[in-house]
Design a protein around this ligand. Sequence first.
Ligand code: F0G
Length: 458
Amino acid sequence: MNFKTIIEPFKIKSVETITMSSEEERVDFLKLAHFNPFLLKSEQVIIDFLTDSGTSAMSNEQWAAIMRGDESYAGAKSWERFYNAVNDLTGFEYVLPTHQGRAAERILYGHLGGPGKVFISNTHFDTTRANIEFSGATAYDIAIEEAKNHSVFHPFKGNLDCNKLEDLINEHGAENIGAVILTVTNNSGGGQPVSMQNAKEVAAICKKHHVLYILDCCRIAENSYFVKHREKGYENHSYRQIAQEMFALADGCVMSAKKDALVNMGGFLALKDEKLAEACTNLLIITEGFSTYGGLSGRDMEAIAIGLNEVFDKDYIYYRIKSTEYLGEKLREKGVPVMYPIGGHAVYIDSAKLYDHIPLNKYPGQALVCELYRIGGIRCVEVGSVMFGKYDENGELIPAAMELVRLAIPRRVYTQSHIDYVVEVFDELMKNKANVKGYKIIKEPKLLRHFTAHFEQL
Ligand code: F0G
């Protein structure tokens, strides 16, 4: 029997209250937050789709393990359990615990980067790009062409364009390539998966040119779901085996444990090469902490060790991917231009298409983000020209490649009725589509402006 309802494969043991608000209240809250949802208070939000990062609900097993945390400065038992969990999954011998993903990025790309160096990825996540550019290096995004077309089905839109990879390596010289970074799933490119075939091709090119190949693996379990169900030859593999095979192709990985390790804080860098690991460990000790805890407390390491196993549970992954798809498909039925097919952790909406009357320099994505909050108290994030736009010498906006808005779904947090509420909010949003106006940025910092920029409604 195939039931339609996606049943959450867990029972709820502890609850967190959601404060309900009226539309009038939300209009005020939005003004006070300068029309930037990052500046809202969480209690002003009904459904928080800002990020799937660090927002997971931990399991009873994880909470129990937290009591077991060994907080010894060096050689703690928790470090051993953490090391074994990461080593068993990734196969990498050298494991560096960091307080979150970007700390691992800062250490690795800070060491490998610098002026004249080049990094190549399917799509660099914003902190990845910022860390690379901060070092003085250059970052190139080369997802396959199909990634730009939101209406056609392609099973692996997160794939990296291998012809462009060869060209870039030849153009800049292999010695100037800091690293090739395959982000699975491709977050900024729509949460789209990467195939094993593509990972193999990327690995082969990197090997041929002696270029370092790093996996940004923070959503590796979700990626494994798509490989198992969309790629020939993996039907009978477990999700974990698929992940292990993908790790085996790389020289190392950077992980934000706040995603697929099902914890609220943490990350790691894991490497094959001893020399590189040594250099990075020096930086770890200077900026994070001693090598057997880095940026983490013993209890954090315990929770990560368990999360890294729970996330590959077949019932969990099925529920996870199917409930994201459920939201995406419902919106698609309503004519909302969603990025298709639906990715693993989030539903992405093409705001430039939805609000085709708002010019790109008036930020249609920001308009959508504000509308969703006003109508339904839903908080989400713009992944378009607010996040990635640049200015030319005349101060005119050079828009991002896409004007997406991301509804990122926290893991194990919302139920199907929460999701059905979100679907209803979109009915209202679609009715009011033509009346929505754009936004102007009135204050912004130099880097990562989407976090703190102030906007004015036009
Ligand atoms: N890489 C990817 C692909 C990410 O999605 C993120 C974070 C990071 C690296 C950095 O990890 O936050 O632990 O420092 N993404 C979050 C998001 C912030 O909302 O997508 P971090």
